[in-house]
Structure formats: C-alpha cells, structure tokens
Design a protein around this ligand. Structure first.
Ligand SMILES: Cc1cc2nc3c(=O)[nH]c(=O)nc-3n(C[C@H](O)[C@H](O)[C@H](O)COP(=O)(O)O)c2cc1C
Length: 371
C-alpha cells in the first residue's frame, strides 16, 4: 500500500515515517543513512554538535546514500537565570562522580554552541529538511532555510504552539504527544499543562492548522502509524523505535533497558539536563529528582553539562543506573534489528493494520452504521 500526500511527495518518501533526530549520539550517520536508503526520512540531531561536526555528520550520511535527509537543532534558548546556590547542585552529583571514579565535579560553564554557526553548517550540509524544537526560530533563520528550498518542520505540544509555528512559516508541524521519549518541546506556558497525549493532540492540531502534521510520541509499529494517519497526520516521527536498531549509537546497556522496560516504567524528570524529559526510571533519577532536591538541579543546559561526564563514564562502564535512558511509553513494542528491517516491517504492519480495518468493515458493514 503506497500512502501519498504533499509531505510524502515533497520529500520523495516511500514510507510515511520520519526517524526522530536524537541529539546525543543515538542517530549515527549509519542509522540515518540506512533509514533514508530504506525510503523513510532520517534525521541528524545536531543540537550538541559543533558546526564542523555537523558538516562531518552530513558528509558521512551523504557518503552512504543520495536520498534526502534532515538536520535538527534546538531553537535558540535564552541564557539560564543566575544560580543562587551553585554548590547545591554540584554537591548533589558529587557522590556519583566518586562512585564512578571521576574527579570531583565543578560548576559547569554554559556550553557555547553558537546557533547561527550551527544553522549555517546545516544550510551548507545538503539536507532536504530542517526541524527544530524548544521554541520558534528567529525570522531570519526561517527565511534563510526557506530560501534554500529546505522543508521546515517545527515541534508543538499544544494547538496554541502549532498555530504559532504555522504563522512563523513552517511547512509542517510535528505534534509531540506526552508519551514521547526525551525532552518536551513545550515553549509556551507551563510544561504540566502541555502534557497532551498523541491520540488527543494530533486530531486537534490537524483541525487547527493548514500545513501537514507529523504525529510523534509512543508510535512504535504499523498499528500506531495507521492510527496516526487516521487521526489526520501525514506522517509519523518515531524515536524510541529506532534506538534499539543495530546502528543506533547508544550504549548496549541502554538498548537492553529499553527492550526490557514495561509501559509504566518511564517518567518525566529534570535530573539529567534541567529540562523536563521522559526516560526509563533508574537510580540517578529516583535519588536526584525528589521534591527535597529543589534548588539542587540546575536549569538547562547547565545541568546537562554538569551530568555529562557522569553519563559518559557510566556509558564506558556499562552502568545503566547513571545513564539518561530517554524513551517513550511504547517500550514493550521495541525490537532489536537493523534499521532497514525495521522500516520493511513497519511497511508490512501498516498495510496489514489498514487491511484488517477495511476487511472487518466490509465483513460487518452494519457495525459502522450509526443507529
Ligand atoms: C534519545 C532521544 C533523543 C531525542 N533528541 C531529540 C532532538 O535532538 N531533537 C528533537 O527535535 N527531538 C528529539 N527527540 C524527541 C523526538 O523527536 C520525538 O518527539 C520522540 O522520540 C517521539 O516519541 P517516541 O520516542 O515514543 O517515538 C529525542 C527522542 C529520543 C528518544
């Protein structure tokens, strides 16, 4: 079954599937290229990359495939407010540094990754699509992306945010439901208020905007893809499903935890990065993210910088209890395989799920009748 709509045509996709950008190393060039070569849209999560690393990642994808790929950045964030008691956060993570054999932590400096230079590298990268999260891009950035003919996608967690993105000039809105793994894209108002599930968010966003909608959050197989399309999405964006692919660049211990986790084992936390994100519950999350920890977690991106050496050491030592195990709520549906097999399986499942619906409707047409 070949789905078609303006987004699929514009990006020359064979499948209505976008591999979520996963900044932090999950989306290796091998993963991105394999997804693209299989007819879906692979994305490089470039938010933590320097401009030259962005160029290298794009070249590495290009060396493997000539199919379209995308690049993602975080919208520029305002600098975190001044931290009143910096020793609290540093002291909170110090015992874990010691446990992993690291020298004592110091207060981190704000990582200086200049957005404008990252954007220039993305513009020069040969990417066909650009997506962003955490806000709205400045007008000049949107104009520069559009002037290059690059397909532009912004992330919304509410209808209000989707409307702002549409007005700003995006070509498509990614509707990120509360099931989604990793950071919330919320940029207007309270994070708690913006915890709307994919099932409720997608049709309401689709009703509100004229641009195509990409459903994201908890979608792991063909059933989820058919459901999202039925809700009015033109495609889906899947993160967690790609993390357990062979090519994904996360530690083996992390893949194992996703493959073992039940649907209720993820939770939202600021413990690792200072910004609300969904991950599998582990010791670090439980011990650091407590109401009593107030003031002991730095704002994003400072907390991210503070815990990075810890997470890197934990990855080297295979200690999943100190990793940020970002994952959505669909963990029981996670599978281990190469990315091209996942795409092929998603295509089969999508066809089967759509076929089942049609078959059950034609076998029992009276069930569809309103009485
Ligand atoms: C490990 C990980 C890293 C992520 N990094 C990014 C990112 O850099 N940029 C972005 O826009 N979204 C990022 N996301 C969020 C995804 O775009 C998407 O909203 C989410 O994966 C959807 O939920 P799912 O994981 O249940 O499929 C990330 C998700 C994961 C799991």
């Amino acid at each position: 079954m070949q789905f078609t709509n303006s987004l699929i045509e514009r990006l020359a996709l064979s499948h209505p599937v976008v591999q979520a950008p996963m900044a932090g190393g999950g989306d290796t060039p091998a993963l991105v290229a394999s997804v693209c070569a299989a007819g879906a849209l692979g994305f490089i999560g470039a938010a933590y990359l320097t401009p030259s690393q962005i160029g290298e990642a794009a070249s590495a994808v290009r060396a493997r495939t000539s199919r379209p790929f995308g690049i993602n950045l975080f919208a520029p964030l305002s600098l975190p407010e001044e931290v009143r008691e910096p020793h609290l956060a540093v002291g909170r993570v110090a015992p874990y540094y010691a446990e992993l054999g690291l020298p004592p932590p110091a207060f981190p400096s704000v990582p200086s990754l200049p957005f404008d230079e990252q954007l220039n590298a993305a513009l020069e990268s040969g990417a066909s699509a650009f997506s962003f999260t955490f806000g709205v891009l400045p007008d000049n950035a949107i104009a520069a992306i559009r002037a290059r003919g690059i397909f532009l996608m912004g992330t919304a967690t509410t209808v209000e945010e989707a409307l702002v993105l549409e007005k700003a000039g995006v070509d498509a809105v990614i509707a990120q439901g509360s099931e989604a793994g990793s950071h919330r894209g919320t940029f207007m108002g309270d994070f708690e208020r913006a915890m709307v599930g994919t099932m409720a968010l997608v049709p309401q966003v689709a009703d509100a905007v004229r641009v195509p909608v990409i459903a994201s959050g908890g979608i792991m197989d063909g059933r989820g893809i058919v459901a999202a399309l039925a809700l009015g999405a033109s495609a889906v964006q899947m993160g967690t499903a790609f993390l357990t692919c062979d090519e994904a660049g996360i530690p083996e211990a992390y893949k194992e935890r996703i493959l073992q986790a039940a649907e209720h084992e993820t939770r939202l936390t600021k413990a690792f990065s200072g910004r609300l994100a969904r991950g599998i519950v582990n010791r670090f999350m439980l011990e650091v993210d407590k109401p009593s920890a107030s003031g002991a977690i730095l704002p994003f991106p400072l907390q991210n910088a503070l815990t990075r050496p810890l997470r890197n050491a934990a990855a080297r030592q295979g200690r999943a209890e100190f990793l940020s195990l970002w994952a959505g709520q669909g963990t029981r549906m996670a599978r281990r395989q190469p990315a091209n097999q996942l795409i092929a399986m998603l295509a089969q499942e999508t066809e089967a799920a759509a076929g089942r619906l049609l078959a059950s409707h034609s076998a029992h047409p009276e069930r569809g009748r309103v009485v």
